[in-house]
Ligand binder design. Structure first.
Ligand SMILES: [Zn+2]
Length: 230
């Protein structure tokens, strides 16, 4: 299960890895904490929400993901805390994943490239929510209609962390990743970055990470085992 703050967060790095996993027969679900409705300067959030949800569903489909949940918490002003943990915990209990992938929660992307507040809140809350999900007495009100605690998440992976020490070879699925980023066309257009080329952008990152892994293209993750050890 991938839990991220915004539509496009996965497509700026992790989606090619998702394409690899779905091609291997793994089931992947997406959970968007916000709908990225504050992401386009020239478009009101009411309209933007619809546009961006549709773009996210399409970009998920491209990498083999049929299920996208939208929690519709407010874009740009997410707060790390119990309400966010509760919302993500419920998703973990409903989907019962083995591995949870989330945002980089470090202050930067490396160097002085600052991370964004929603990503930090989501990444931190997801790490907590994964443990909350296994405790029957935390958010106990969620345990109705057959919903049970779920303590089966083995690892949480943070995409694009400057502390990444784990790499996934995405050489075979790099093009799928590019295609999935291109699906966010209204958003990319709204950024107003002149001559932005999704393939070139993703290639810059994936080649550098690939070099560390000894392959053409790779994406890096900071991996946290749940429980003690390793
Ligand atoms: Zn984002």
């Amino acid at each position: 299960m991938c839990v991220v703050a915004h539509p496009d967060d996965l497509e700026f790095g992790g989606a090619a890895a998702v394409a690899r996993w779905t091609a291997q027969g793994k089931e992947v679900v997406y959970c968007m904490v916000t709908s990225g409705e504050a992401g386009i300067d020239g478009m009101h959030p009411d309209q933007c929400r619809e546009v961006r949800e549709a773009e996210q569903v399409e970009s998920a489909r491209i990498v083999g993901v049929d299920k996208v949940d939208f929690l519709r918490l407010p874009d740009g002003v997410l707060e790390y805390g119990v309400p966010l943990r509760r919302a993500i915990c419920e998703e973990v209990r409903l989907h019962r994943p083995d591995i949870v992938l989330t945002n980089n929660f470090r202050d930067t992307w490396g160097g002085r490239n600052l991370n964004q507040a929603d990503h930090i809140a989501t990444g931190k809350a997801t790490l907590d929510a994964v443990r909350d999900a296994g405790n029957r007495w935390v958010f106990h009100e969620q345990l109705v209609d057959g919903v049970e605690p779920w303590g089966g998440v083995r690892e949480v992976w943070c995409a694009g962390s400057p502390e990444s020490s784990y790499g996934v070879d995405i050489t075979e699925t790099f093009d799928k990743g590019v295609e999935s980023l291109k699906a966010h066309s209204a958003y990319i257009e709204g950024l107003g970055w002149e001559d932005f080329d999704p393939a070139e952008f993703l290639e810059g990152m994936s080649r550098a990470t690939g070099q560390r892994l000894g392959v053409a293209h790779a994406v890096g993750f900071e991996v946290f085992p749940m429980g003690w050890g390793s």
